[in-house]
Ligand binder design. Structure first.
Ligand code: NAD
Length: 454
């Protein structure tokens, strides 16, 4: 018996009672989630500011309104998504009814990281509730203020017999993962993803793993450097670089690097002023452990822009590194901070080769005025998602699946993909009780005549 046994038992019983299945119940939970966001917007913004020094703008676009629009979309489409999906039939089943039923898995565990602690808990939750599951939500213990709001306030807006927030770090997760769930949806690092998958394997529990990695950003020689610099600086330093889909490094020629550096400096100064530390729009590193890790990375290669840090505030300046070796730590691990190394390649072939020698990333970016160049990068590489001539805008479309491939993850969500992820697709065929004479041709003793009739 551990602290989770009673809660999980309660949720299992609630699922068994069938109360989460009707569309009305699911819609009521989704509306409750929407009310939670609207009525606690300032509380959430305050918690995000405490945890990550997140600006109101970033909290709004990347945490609150993105969650709200997932709720709105699920409410709009719920009945259509829940409908049985009719499928084509063969000769032997012409008179029958064949369809796919989307049924809830049952008891679902959602585990979230700290970098977008509202978005990455609520957006999967929308899918799980819409699909009619009971849910255990485990927010990150690292983003403490947001964790507190999620644990203390969110349950008041949902049916507590079907939903629970549980708290804890690695040790509690170890206990939690001993239990059998019907589905586990995990967002976090590849290292912990392996732990989660190994624990799930003991119960043969299916998983979605939303992981991370090093996202390449190729910049072709024909680009306008200022346009590229604006876009790259925006999405590298958004949330202080603590974004799973941020560009981890730039790949370009030495000539493009020389044009890109002053353009990046100009973008950084326009965005965050002469003294980025005093900018209200630049966040802070989540904790001292990550601050130390990132400060160590500043010694890789040569600092071309930024490089300052202040431990008392966990501040790291928007930084660009050049002359970096592939073997240095900044090119070996996911950076997850406001540091952008530029790696030099001679042309597109070398860039594609550089990308393909590494693990498949969560996102891949290619900038070029030539459509053909962008399409070649797309055709000759693999990644969870891809965006040409901009950064992470592909993930703002809920009509696209969001997820990784290889070590950046498995499975996907957003919009209808979330509903499908949290639903078992049950293959159903309803046949007639009569017509036994026709069906009898399949029974032994077999004859050449029956074979001809098939
Ligand atoms: P993490 O893997 O350390 O933690 C994620 C969750 O796992 C947390 O809830 C944490 O409590 C739990 N956890 C931590 N250690 C554990 C252990 N030993 N055993 C069991 N559970 C454990 O990740 P993080 O530091 O919170 O987030 C950063 C990582 O997440 C990065 O790699 C980033 O790329 C990735 N990420 C991916 C996405 C995505 O959508 N693909 C989004 C955000 C972050």
């Amino acid at each position: 018996m551990d602290p989770f046994t009673d809660t999980l038992q309660r949720l299992r019983e609630a699922f068994g009672s069938g109360r989460t299945r009707p569309a009305e119940f699911r819609a009521a939970q989704l509306r409750g989630l929407g009310r939670f966001l609207r009525e606690n917007k300032q509380l959430l913004q305050g918690a995000l500011a405490q945890d990550l020094h997140k600006s109101v703008f970033e909290s709004e676009v990347s945490e609150i309104s993105i969650s709200q629009s997932e709720i709105d979309s699920a409410l709009r489409n719920l009945r259509a998504w829940m409908k049985d999906e009719k499928v084509s039939k063969n000769l032997a089943t012409q008179l029958d009814s064949a369809f796919i039923r989307k049924e809830p898995f049952g008891l679902v565990l959602i585990v979230a990281p700290w970098n977008y602690p509202v978005n990455l808990t609520l957006v999967p939750l929308v899918g799980a509730l819409a699909a009619g599951n009971c849910v255990v939500l485990k927010p990150s213990e690292v983003s403490k203020s947001t964790e507190k709001v999620l644990a203390e306030v969110l349950p008041r807006y949902l049916d507590q017999s079907c939903f629970a927030v549980v708290l804890g770090g690695p040790q509690e997760m170890g206990q939690l993962l001993e239990h059998k769930f019907d589905y586990i949806f995990f967002t976090g690092s590849p290292q912990v993803g392996k732990i989660v998958m190994a624990a799930a394997a003991k119960h043969l529990t299916p998983v979605t793993l939303e992981l991370g990695g090093k996202n390449p950003c190729y910049v072709d020689d024909d680009c306008d450097p200022q346009t590229v610099a604006n876009r790259v600086a925006w999405f590298r330093y958004f949330n202080t670089g603590q974004t799973c889909v941020a560009p981890d490094y730039v790949l370009c020629s030495p000539e493009m690097q020389a044009r890109l550096l002053p353009a990046l400096q100009s973008a950084i100064t326009r965005f965050y002023g002469e003294d980025p530390q005093s900018s209200p729009d630049l966040g802070r590193i989540i904790n001292h452990k990550h601050f130390q890790r990132l400060r160590d990375l500043l010694s890789c290669g040569r600092v071309a822009i930024g490089g300052q840090s202040d431990e008392s505030e966990r501040y790291i300046a928007p930084t660009v590194l050049v002359d970096v070796q592939e073997t240095e730590p900044v090119m070996q691990e996911e950076i997850f901070g406001p540091i952008l190394p530029i790696m030099n390649v001679r042309g597109l072939d070398e860039a594609i080769d550089f990308i393909n020698r590494r693990e498949k990333p969560l996102a891949l970016y290619a900038f070029s005025n030539s459509n053909q160049v962008v399409k070649r990068v797309l055709a000759q590489t693999s990644s969870g998602g891809f965006c040409g001539n901009d950064g992470f805008m592909h993930m703002t479309l809920s009509s696209l699946p969001f997820g990784g491939v290889g070590t950046s993850g498995m499975g996907s969500y957003h919009g209808k993909f979330s509903f499908d992820t949290f639903s078992h697709h049950r293959a159903c065929l309803l046949r007639r009780p009569g017509l036994e004479k026709i069906y009898a041709i399949r029974y032994p003793p077999h004859s050449p005549r029956n074979l001809r009739l098939l």
